[in-house]
Design a protein around this ligand. Structure first.
Ligand code: FE2
Length: 334
């Protein structure tokens, strides 16, 4: 099975490593996310998009190119968790371990920023290794578990336009699998209502202490005859805070241009945005963590939530300008 490739070795991007400015680090620390514009090579984004489309059955590709509005018709669906098409979601996890995606999202441009935020040594990814979804759902009828057999990126995640439907309320969550830093790379331009990855600024600091574990979320065994509790268990305080976030916001849709990248803290509330636009939302999702992560995850949540991050993040004063906040889509500035 595949070869182990340290980040960046296969990078073909002409983009060089980036270093974040103090204000960018401060914003990330305070708000839990950071949009870096134009980070990815747009040509490489196009290459990944082409692979996504090539991987579709011809009849489905022809239909989507003629009319991208979802949902998928029953005859167009695929319940294969590695190449999933159902409803408005089109997920290609096989591409997550492909050289094209690894070059793009684990190339020097992204890696250098992840390293600047996390410090330490970042885990290696495996080219042509096991993709997410290879082991099926995390529990019966549950979602695919990103922690199982994901040897590089999560994959390419697309959302078809909803068409003429009533707008739906926001519904945020935090991810249940252990990781430190999430990354969403935009493969195509996306408008404010086009299904962009949506975040709740500052929610990472509120939710982190309400979780039982520092990185994981407790799982409960599944029993056929006791179906009310399944999968992930949350505390009443966590659920109350999530309800408050959904009610009060604010939420920021991280829209932008192909090549823009969103970095986000693992406890940040987020959702895959509803796509009320005219075109398909196409993005690549990936996770980062340090090689000493298995020791870090054993620490309790009572330990400073930034203790596992770089000195640059730990020492940041968290202060940024109103203009910078506006550039990050934060309503009302700071
Ligand atoms: Fe998520």
């Amino acid at each position: 099975m595949g070869s182990t490739a340290r980040f960046g070795i296969h990078c073909v991007s002409p983009y060089h490593p980036r270093m974040l400015a103090d204000e960018q680090i401060a914003f990330f620390r305070t708000q839990g996310y950071l949009i870096v514009r134009g980070l990815l090579d747009v040509q490489a984004c196009e290459g990944v998009r082409a692979r996504m489309w090539e991987d579709l059955p011809a009849r489905v590709r022809d239909r989507l190119q003629a009319n991208p509005v979802g949902p998928f018709a029953p005859a167009e669906e695929s319940t294969d968790s590695v190449r999933f098409r159902q409803g408005y979601r089109w997920l290609n996890r096989a591409l997550g371990v492909s050289p094209a995606v690894i070059d793009l999202i684990y190339g020097e441009a992204v890696q250098s920023i992840a390293a600047q935020l996390l410090g330490g040594t970042l885990r290696a990814v495996t080219q042509d290794g096991v993709p997410m979804g290879s082991r099926g759902p995390a529990w019966p009828d549950g979602p695919v578990d990103p922690a199982l057999g994901t040897e590089a990126a999560r994959g390419v995640y697309c959302t078809l336009p909803y068409g003429d439907v009533p707008k739906q309320p926001p519904s945020c969550h935090t991810d249940g699998h252990p990781m430190q830093l999430g990354v969403v790379g935009l493969l195509a331009d996306i408008g404010p209502d086009g299904g962009a990855f949506t975040v709740w600024p500052g929610s990472h600091a509120r939710l982190f202490p309400l979780c039982a574990l520092r990185y994981d979320q407790p799982r409960i065994p599944y029993y056929d005859h006791l179906p009310s509790l399944r999968g992930i268990v949350h505390s009443p305080a966590y659920l109350a805070e999530v309800a408050r976030l959904n009610r009060d916001g604010p939420a920021v849709a991280c829209h932008g241009r192909a090549g823009d990248v969103v970095f986000w803290h693992h406890r940040l509330a987020h959702m895959a945005g509803h796509n009320y636009g005219d075109s398909i939302r196409e993005a690549v999702l990936a996770d980062f963590w340090r090689t000493d992560f298995d020791a870090l995850r054993c620490q309790p949540v009572s330990v400073d939530m930034w203790a596992d991050w770089s000195e640059a993040v730990r020492s940041s004063d968290g202060v940024y300008s109103a203009a910078f906040a506006a550039s990050q889509g934060l309503p009302g500035g700071v």
